[in-house]
Design a protein around this ligand. Sequence first.
Ligand SMILES: Nc1ncnc2c1ncn2[C@@H]1O[C@H](COP(=O)(O)OP(=O)(O)O)[C@@H](O)[C@H]1O
Ligand SMILES: [Mg+2]
Length: 243
Amino acid sequence: MKYALVLADLHKTYPGGVKALRGLSMTIKEGEIYGLIGPNGAGKSTTLKITMGLLKPDKGGVLIYGKSVMKNRVEALRLASYVPENPVVFRNLTVKEFLRFITGLRNIKWEEIIDYAEHLIEGFNLSEKENTMLSQLSRGMLQKVLVTAAFLVRPKLMVMDEPMAGMDPEAQHFFKHEVKKLVSSGATALISSHLLDMVERFCTRVGIINKGRLVAEGTVDKIKKMASEESSLEEVFLRIVKG
Ligand SMILES: Nc1ncnc2c1ncn2[C@@H]1O[C@H](COP(=O)(O)OP(=O)(O)O)[C@@H](O)[C@H]1O
Ligand SMILES: [Mg+2]
């Protein structure tokens, strides 16, 4: 069994003294759709930024398919794509220019992926926006463009920070369908969310993070069973997070 991602004992204190991560460890196997859930400020975005080498942990390490993000950065990150929490992108490019630019950075020929690109653009209802500048898109539309780029680079590991933020239900449905498709062709996904109901029916495994530590992990069924009586994931989540 291959490990797509190993996070080992991550610690991170921000300047100013906020301890965002306090010894977070988790592993994700190839083929999983792993949902990292937790309340605001739990440390989800910090975890994903460290995973993508955008932030240095004070302690601990990250392996993507066995390659160290700290020591073998370029090789490790080449296998991954990322949807950031705050999209700071090339706002003066059009949607199409942006997608060509991002795939070009990975040496992917546009002709090879044009069908896939068109499928994603249509599925996300972006056809009319192809020649619109990113700066003129709504938040939800921009989110769909960023997700499209993350699919298009054909990653082995997708790392997505609240990817469905601002997406309409139709787009959310298409998004989940496309993630499942990519994963069934050999990729792996790590998705952070505070939306429990999406995780409940979509992720193959869930980790609950609170105050910089993983406090529960397993299939949705297993986590629900941790609570004695029948409850929704939401009820279990609230109980775990409140201690
Ligand atoms: N750049 C930063 N500087 C200082 N504190 C930060 C910074 N980024 C995040 N934090 C703090 O670290 C904690 C974890 O934040 P974050 O990882 O963004 O959580 P989440 O994504 O789960 O909401 C929070 O208390 C947050 O306020
Ligand atoms: Mg966040």
